[in-house]
Design a protein around this ligand. Structure first.
Ligand code: ZN
Length: 133
């Protein structure tokens, strides 16, 4: 893994959270993107070299809806930038981590993504992402 790519925060209302985080960071989000396969609507903020992703559920079956139901709003995942996502999935499986989707899927912001089960990572939902070139 090369660096933290972004931190994902689950919110109930993307509209309200966009206003709030714009005040916090002193700048607006730079994009909004629907990820239909995940049932989420996302927005992205660039804070210096770092990126923050806000996620709102678009249907009650969305993982974000379930997360908020169980834990409330807050930090949902940490995403790491990887060079070769398939090699990294194999490496992490060998190390004993539970990979939620062994075949990388298309995520937001032009990335192929994969998630590790939080039970295998001390309660932290880890996302791997590889930029689509
Ligand atoms: Zn993410």
């Amino acid at each position: 893994m090369r660096k933290i790519e972004h931190i994902g925060i689950a919110v109930k209302s993307l509209e309200n959270a966009n206003d709030l985080f714009a005040k916090l960071f002193g700048q607006s989000h730079y994009k909004i993107e629907d990820v239909l396969t995940e049932g989420v609507k996302t927005s992205f903020f660039q804070v210096g070299p770092n990126k923050i992703e806000l996620l709102e559920a678009t249907n009650p079956e969305s993982p974000i809806a379930k997360f908020i139901e169980k834990k409330g709003e807050g930090i949902h995942h940490i995403a790491f930038d990887v060079e070769d996502i398939e090699a990294e999935i194999q490496r992490l499986k060998t190390e004993g981590f539970t990979v939620l989707n062994e075949i990388p899927k298309k995520g937001a912001d032009n990335k192929m993504v994969c998630f590790l089960h939080p039970k295998s990572t001390n309660g932290v939902l880890v996302e791997l992402c590889q930029e689509i070139k």
